[in-house]
Design a binder for this molecule. Structure first.
Ligand code: C2E
Ligand code: MG
Ligand code: MG
Ligand code: MG
Length: 285
């Protein structure tokens, strides 16, 4: 979108933009029926404690199994779902299913669920959450709601009040993609988050980048002082993991630990490779 805007403030029309518009319009109309027809699936990616290597929980990541396009990633359809308000019913489906899934896991394992700013604006969010918790009987302390910095940019007072109300249910609140928004440090003062997720852009080439190292060190130390946990996202190499451990990061998440996967593949009876067997025994009682 930034590219489409070019140098000035006015959008310049380009032929490819028409294709994109058409693509988007098609996805938008398909999205309406997709929820009804159950075309969504949740994949889960492990979060691991950096010191012990123990599994702390899993983040739910939604995928759309489109009948003709195949798997569509959230980066493509979440913005459309947000613009159309479809994120509210979709978000409810995600919340309910992620919590139902987590309720089958071993006690203590957490589930992280991404919340869109639009969902936070919905008066239905609180009751959706209360219902899912009551329905499964899950310990609410096992639920981590992930929000991004932009939630605190607009309507920040109302949103901070809402975060406190959510917290009163006993759930935990994480700040996702930390460092990618504006005036990040200020947000740490506005709400006592349980956890900060350091965005993967700082982790990506941290071995070569002293600026990224300095930022991660500063964030982990600040978080420690404020009593917040830190997770590094996008860990793809052992060198990153080792560096993050000495930097005092609490948890890690990334392809080096595991890709997100469909947890139904772990159901009993199916043959599993060593890696999947590892995650299956981690979620077992
Ligand atoms: P996020 O919440 O920051 O999720 C992390 C993203 O990083 C996921 O992409 C994950 O697959 C990817 N990732 C994990 N490990 C690595 C790694 O080692 N390297 C790299 N390069 N990437 C890694 P995904 O699943 O495509 O999701 C993208 C974004 O879409 C999420 O970012 C989140 O903002 C949004 N999203 C995903 N699922 C949901 C959902 O259920 N609800 C809402 N509202 N948003 C969602
Ligand atoms: Mg997230
Ligand atoms: Mg993130
Ligand atoms: Mg991210």
């Amino acid at each position: 979108a930034a590219k489409a805007r070019g140098r000035g403030c006015f959008a310049r029309f380009e032929p490819w933009m028409e294709d994109r518009e058409r693509e988007r319009a098609a996805l938008e109309s398909d999205l309406r029926s997709a929820i009804r027809e159950g075309q969504f699936a949740l994949h889960f990616q492990p979060l691991v404690k950096i010191d012990s290597g123990e599994v702390a929980g899993f983040e739910a990541l939604v995928r759309w199994d489109h009948p003709t396009l195949g798997v569509v990633m959230p980066g493509e359809f979440i913005p459309i779902a947000e613009d159309t308000g479809l994120i509210v019913p979709l978000g409810e489906w995600i919340l309910r299913n992620a919590i139902m899934q987590a309720a089958t896991w071993r006690e203590g394992l957490r589930v992280a669920i991404n919340l869109s700013p639009i969902q936070l604006r919905s008066p239905r969010l609180m009751s959706q959450l209360v219902t899912a918790i009551a329905h499964t009987g899950i310990d609410p302390g096992r639920i981590e709601l992930e929000i991004t910095e932009n939630v605190l940019m607009q309507e920040s007072e109302a949103n901070v009040a809402l975060l406190h109300k959510l917290r009163e249910l006993g759930v935990r609140i994480s700040l996702d993609d930390f460092g990618t928004g504006y005036s990040s440090l200020n947000y740490l003062r506005s709400f006592p988050f349980d956890k900060i997720k350091i965005d993967k852009c700082f982790v990506a080439d941290l071995e070569q980048r002293e600026d990224c190292q300095a930022i991660i060190r500063a964030v982990t130390s600040l978080a420690g002082t404020l009593g917040m946990d830190t997770v590094a996202e996008g860990v793809e190499r052992k060198e990153q993991l080792d560096w993050l451990r000495q930097a005092g990061c609490t948890e890690v998440q990334g392809y080096y630990i595991s890709y997100p996967f469909n947890i139904e593949e772990l159901s009993d009876g199916r043959p599993l490779d060593g890696e999947r067997e590892h995650w299956r025994s981690a979620i077992r009682h």
